[in-house]
Write a new protein. Structure first.
Length: 172
């Protein structure tokens, strides 16, 4: 993986913002943005599958450790890391993704990039909130949490991606 330092900074900053800002907001139970997934979604396209899984495991474990959720983030983050290459394949048809570069608006186009982020976030939130509820009794509330949190998370991750790729002078 090239350009490790910007990704280390992105990893640390997203975890800090998630733990100290977004998890501390107690606006509503339906408002739970998860920005830490930006790290996984913005990894280079040619990242090896094993590295993706290890990054997903590390991210999920650190979030579980800081949030005290006992594996809930790992359960939701690992499938996103595992399915990311196939999700990219659905939206990325111009060139071979193994060529490298960063998933961005410049590479995918604005609508495809937002759909890529939304697909990954919906998968994560579907697993996260379903396992958190562990019941079908309040299915309507769980679905509402999935939809509202996904919408807010997509917005925050899209803004993070714009900021991350704005000053990056590497091949996009």
């Amino acid at each position: 993986m090239y350009r490790t330092f910007p990704y280390i900074v992105l990893f640390v900053l997203t975890l800090i913002v998630q733990v100290f800002l977004l998890d501390s907001l107690a606006i509503s139970i339906y408002f739970a943005p998860m920005i830490y997934l930006a790290f996984l979604l913005l990894l280079p396209l040619d990242t090896a599958h094993v590295k993706l899984l290890l990054a997903g495991l590390a991210t999920g474990w650190l979030m579980d450790y800081t949030m005290g959720t006992d594996g809930l983030n790992v359960i939701a983050t690992l499938p996103v890391a595992f399915l990311r290459p196939w999700i990219i394949g659905w939206f990325y048809t111009r060139e071979d993704p193994r060529e490298g570069g960063i998933p961005s608006e410049a590479r995918f186009g604005k609508s495809k990039f937002i759909r890529y982020i939304a697909a990954c976030i919906l998968l994560h939130h579907l697993l996260f909130f379903s396992f958190e509820a562990l019941s079908w009794v309040h299915l309507d509330r769980t679905l509402l949490r999935i939809v509202t949190s996904s919408a807010v998370s997509v917005l925050f991750i899209w803004l993070t991606a714009r900021l991350f790729t704005l000053k990056l002078t590497a091949r996009i």
